[in-house]
Design a protein around this ligand. Sequence first.
Ligand SMILES: Nc1ncnc2c1ncn2[C@@H]1O[C@H](COP(=O)(O)OP(=O)(O)OP(=O)(O)O)[C@@H](O)[C@H]1O
Ligand SMILES: [Mg+2]
Length: 347
Amino acid sequence: MEIKIKFNPPIATKSENIENMAEKANLKLMKKETIQPVSSPLSISKENKYQQLNDALGEAYQELDQLVGLEEVKKLLVEVQAFHEIQKRRAKAQLLSEPTVLHAIFKGNPGTGKTTVARLLGKMLKEMEILPKGHLVEVERADLVGEYIGHTAQKTREQIKKALGGILFIDEAYSLARGDNKDFGREAVEVLIKAMEDHKDNLVVILAGYNKEMDFFLNSNPGLKSRFPLHIDFPDYDTVELLEIADHMYQAKQYILNPNAKTNMEKVLLRLRKESPDTYGNARMVRNIVEASLRAQAVRLMHCPENTKDALMRIESEDVLAAISKMPKPSAENPVNDNIMPIRSAM
Ligand SMILES: Nc1ncnc2c1ncn2[C@@H]1O[C@H](COP(=O)(O)OP(=O)(O)OP(=O)(O)O)[C@@H](O)[C@H]1O
Ligand SMILES: [Mg+2]
């Protein structure tokens, strides 16, 4: 999966290779022999990859590493860490230091990992001491926009207050531009912009949503766009990545997907992609199939009086097929709704 990242100053030079950047920074500092090099997973050997990081940060990097694909996001977080560390060292050496501004736009279809990455980002920013708490407050239009004059500012400020010290993640942010000039969504945007100024060191705002709608929203708010230095695209996963995600999900739950069951899952994924290319390239669909297949396995095993450990772990083709037959068929209005028409035949 390819992730397009636009990463504007002040955080780093766009074209500079992250590994080089961290290494260059390390080299410069090592010459003085007064300050230790930056510990970033990309600048140290694989065996010691996480050893030099504090435990919680190491754990967060490991969690990030376990996500399938998302290579650019992974590199970006290392870059953020290196930049922040060096700014701290520059300040200590009484040099000018740049603030780490991390407001971001996450664009991508449902289920492509936006919330997952935002949550991890919060954890990491806390460990890097960029944010004091690093928690994620996930909101949507209804949490910010009120019904009468003054109500919106009050609701938006409440959510901002909850998010202080962490990340305010606004899902389907484009819906704030709905309607005409009188729509209260605009008021919410104004309150947000002010909060981003007032709480520069204490709040990260992420606007998330689908590509086309987000482009429209940002282009109609040029002042808003320029306040977000990070633009990250989350493309749909391809079938190989979706299968890898499924494997990870089974492993994490101590299940094993049988090779022939995996072949069946692949066939189904390919077919679903052809039928609904806009809605099916995502990891949430895989999670739904995985969870339904665990229930199908349980029903199958219930009929045997005793089960071996191996049997308790294995997911067979029939479990996957039973899971798929219960999958909801998405509609244009409701791309991943769980309560709609089942797909007729899996294969
Ligand atoms: N790269 C990945 N590797 C493993 N699992 C993933 C990956 N991306 C997403 N997932 C899993 O897929 C599910 C959906 O991901 P997530 O909620 O982050 O998507 P989203 O982009 O926020 O979707 P939405 O726009 O609908 O809110 C989660 O269970 C998450 O753990
Ligand atoms: Mg989400």
